[in-house]
Design a protein around this ligand. Structure first.
Ligand SMILES: Cc1cc2nc3c(=O)[nH]c(=O)nc-3n(C[C@H](O)[C@H](O)[C@H](O)COP(=O)(O)OP(=O)(O)OC[C@H]3O[C@@H](n4cnc5c(N)ncnc54)[C@H](O)[C@@H]3O)c2cc1C
Length: 500
């Protein structure tokens, strides 16, 4: 072997919600003489790198500019490549999984008794709190009032910002670094304790205990890796995959084939989402202030969807509108008048929805919308239209209709205007930002890839610690649960390394 070899006790691949957490949790071991490395494909972002220009930032932070297409071409997936992973572009809403979700997961040992102390730790570390009423903009207030008027359950999102200036561009990375993602909190703590962090370090393959990587140079003025561009080998007694729900499964497939684990890459879920808009007569405060303050879970159990407030940038919004030409122009001209709702469908974990290794070495995602997810969307669009009208909009743009807008005088006809018949996959823009599953936890190797401590079945030294562990959808924004599971994986590894 010609590449330079580095010896470590633990090598962690990927530095997002899972990888950043496990690096911090294992970092006290460095003070006892053990060596831990955190390898990350992307680079570190400083405040000066954030221009808040939508296209530029989407290109810098996201894989495929935030629009990786599934094989079926009817769904795009958004996730980031950076030190801090997708937590660099998340909105920072911080929720725990419910007891009923964890019951549905049915993984021995994973329940609120186990996860609650872990959740509480990160709620403290990340400064999770409720924004005060004066920090909540009209886009959010109007949603809250309309849900109340209709008698729907509506809750405020706890968020994890410190020093938020209400720029509203959280999903383009935060220009003032107010969000408390792993790049802001856990990775600096890990570094301080002695973890070696290697940006621009793409893991190509694992070969037994060797992690083979390519180090590249930055594309713009980011801090380069401490290693010169080239190929290297990190030899480790324990390897933790935290490359996210698309890359962890394909790294296992690339390294060990897919025969060992029938469930590898399968049971992929993603909370497929729609962005919906209602237009007010007057400008409202929408693109300033934290974009996401409330959610409505009235329909979680009955119709399998959650509604959240949101605010998207002009390009993202325009590409999510169903239609072209004058009506689209007209809607976009009224950007400052728009109220927005994000629909998250709660999709079932199905074996045929899967991530596979593509010929180019990248993930290929096969995702079929089930009839029940489509039914959830149709009901969610109808309910969102009711919420917009209850908020006082002058017109609603809804996909799954023959016409571009619905007007207040048509409110009584919402259910006959927005129908299943009009919901055409491939014509409606559906996106997903909560990528889950592919290395699901469980005790039965026929339907899971790791045990309930994240250890890959049949490989004593390889662990997974990211969203790919989720056996089914988490049914709400996932990052805190990813951190809680990574914390559990770290606990198991620590005990082994300390010989307990
Ligand atoms: C726009 C947006 C908004 C969101 N908002 C919220 C929110 O408000 N609340 C919430 O709970 N969740 C939110 N999420 C979801 C949340 O950010 C993700 O679920 C979470 O970050 C996933 O964590 P992870 O560790 O699984 O993967 P990631 O955070 O994606 O980290 C994986 C890392 O691995 C790296 N990697 C991949 N392959 C390799 C390789 N071969 N070698 C080295 N490194 C590799 C990647 O570059 C990446 O940095 C949002 C997501 C998006 C896209």
């Amino acid at each position: 072997m010609s590449e330079k070899v580095f010896d470590y006790d633990v090598v962690i691949i990927g530095s997002g919600a899972g990888g950043g957490t496990i690096a911090k949790e294992l970092s006290p071991l460095c003070q006892k003489g053990l060596k831990v490395a955190l390898l990350e494909w992307g680079g570190s972002f400083e405040k000066k790198h954030n221009t808040r220009n939508e296209i530029e930032m989407a290109t810098r932070y996201y894989f495929e500019h935030g629009g990786l297409q599934t094989k079926q071409n009817d769904l795009t997936l958004a996730f980031a490549k950076a030190v801090g992973g997708t937590t660099t572009v998340y909105t920072g809403t911080s929720l725990k999984a419910s007891a009923s979700v964890l019951n549905r997961w049915a993984v021995p040992g994973i329940d609120l008794d186990d996860l609650n102390p872990r959740y509480e730790k990160y709620i403290q570390e990340n400064g999770v709190h409720l924004n005060s009423p004066e920090e909540i903009n009209e886009n959010n207030q109007l949603f809250y009032k309309a849900c109340k008027k209709l008698g729907y359950k509506v809750e405020q999102f706890p968020v994890n910002t410190r020093g938020c200036q209400g720029l509203g561009t959280c999903n383009l990375g935060c220009a003032v670094h107010a969000k408390q993602g792993t790049a802001a909190v856990q990775i600096p703590a890990a570094k301080k304790n002695g973890v070696d962090v290697f940006p621009f370090c793409k893991v190509e393959k694992i070969k037994d205990h060797d992690v083979l990587v390519t180090v590249s140079a930055p594309c713009f003025d980011q801090e380069p890796s401490s290693l010169a561009p080239g190929v290297y080998c990190f030899r480790a007694s324990k390897i933790v995959l935290a490359a996210g729900a698309l890359f962890s499964p394909i790294l296992l497939e690339k390294s060990f084939g897919n025969r060992k684990w029938p469930a590898l890459g399968r049971y992929f879920t993603c909370h497929p989402a729609l962005i919906l808009t209602g237009e007010h007569q007057r400008p409202i405060t929408n693109f300033v202030g934290h974009p996401k303050s409330y959610y409505c879970d009235e329909f979680t159990e009955s119709h399998r969807f959650v509604l959240e407030t949101c605010m998207y940038f002009p390009f993202t919004l325009a590409k999510n509108i169903c239609g072209f030409g004058e009506e689209l122009d007209d809607l976009m001209k009224h950007y400052a008048h728009l109220q927005m709702i994000l629909v998250l469908a709660i999709d079932e974990a199905r074996a045929e929805n899967r991530v596979r290794l593509g010929r180019n070495g990248m993930p290929k995602v096969f995702y079929h919308f089930s009839e029940s997810t489509i039914q959830s969307f149709v009901k969610a669009i109808q309910e969102s239209a009711r919420i917009f009208f209850a908020a006082g909009v002058r017109r609603v743009h809804a996909p799954a209709m023959d016409q571009f807008f619905i007007f207040p005088f048509e409110q009584k006809k919402i259910d006959s205007l927005i129908t299943r018949e009009h919901f055409k996959l491939g014509k409606i823009s559906i996106t997903a930002a909560h990528l889950m599953g592919g290395c699901r936890m469980g005790e039965d190797p026929r339907v899971s890839v790791t045990n309930s401590w994240g250890r890959v079945h049949g490989l004593n030294h390889v662990f997974v610690a990211d969203a790919s562990l989720f056996p089914k959808a988490v049914e709400i924004n996932p990052y805190l649960t990813i951190m809680a599971l990574a914390d559990r994986v770290a606990e198991g590894i620590k005990k082994e390394l300390e010989g307990k």
